[in-house]
Design a protein around this ligand. Sequence first.
Ligand code: NAD
Length: 291
Amino acid sequence: MDIESIGIVGAGQMGNGIAHVCALAGYDVLLNDVRPEALEEAVALIRRNLDRQVSRGKVADTDRDAAMARIRTTLTLTDLGPKDLVIEAATEREDVKHAIFAELVPALGKQTILTSNTSSISITRLASRTDRPERFMGFHFMNPVPVMQLVELIRGIATDDATYAACHGVVERLGKTAATAEDFPAFIVNRILMPMINEAVYTLYEGVGNVNSIDQAMKLGTNHPMGPLELADFIGLDTCLAIMNVLHDGLGDTKYRPCPLLTKYVEAGWLGRKTQRGFYDYRGETPQPTR
Ligand code: NAD
């Protein structure tokens, strides 16, 4: 199946990045959010990020202009119905995603492929609540989308070969590389990454190290480009907590219990970079550790 148009639900940090790379690859993009300001900020951010790519010589200015012209926005979810492919990238909460699919599905074209960028929620379960489990799969981009090479493709139990092949074709046209994962909690990347981040928060909670020493130790001691707490702030602490809960509930092993300190930060609304405060405070010139 030929994919030419893509609808994206959610214009947060992932939705705007997905819109950016899809438009640059020549797809016609329609971006939806419930918050008008999210759509405005997303378009402005895509423009700034494309400008940066132009100034670094990675993108021609004519390609930037063509990409910007391919992006439209809407507050009406059902406007995405006629698109060839829909990528859902809204908040990581299963009830939010079910509600989106319930509203969207009746408006979808018969052949439309429906996907979710979820970091952890069961693709099979999400698919079972739609009318098209065979044309449903996980399309999991990494953050920041324009920079990261990997896309995890996750097949639900019912996903058919044509749907998988069409999504694989999109990944290739985006110039990215696919890794295929089976549909088990948090798939491959987050199954391995999140317990490490959660352990870093336990290390902080138990006073083994402070924010600086933990990030410094992991950067210099294991050659990671970012420390785990800095990375958690980048991903969003609410998303990290949601993924740990999915691992804990889905696999039933106490080794996945979310650290109480992670829960506390989320309860405080300290969600990382997106709210200006998390394990670091980003409101000043340079990020300051909060513990
Ligand atoms: P975010 O909080 O930055 O953005 C979520 C957006 O969804 C917000 O703009 C919100 O207004 C919008 N939204 C909420 N309900 C909606 C609805 N009913 N209809 C339309 N829009 C709605 O979150 P994010 O980091 O962009 O994460 C989005 C998804 O991508 C999640 O499923 C997350 O697990 C996944 N993901 C995140 C990362 C990451 O590093 N942050 C990486 C890969 C995948």
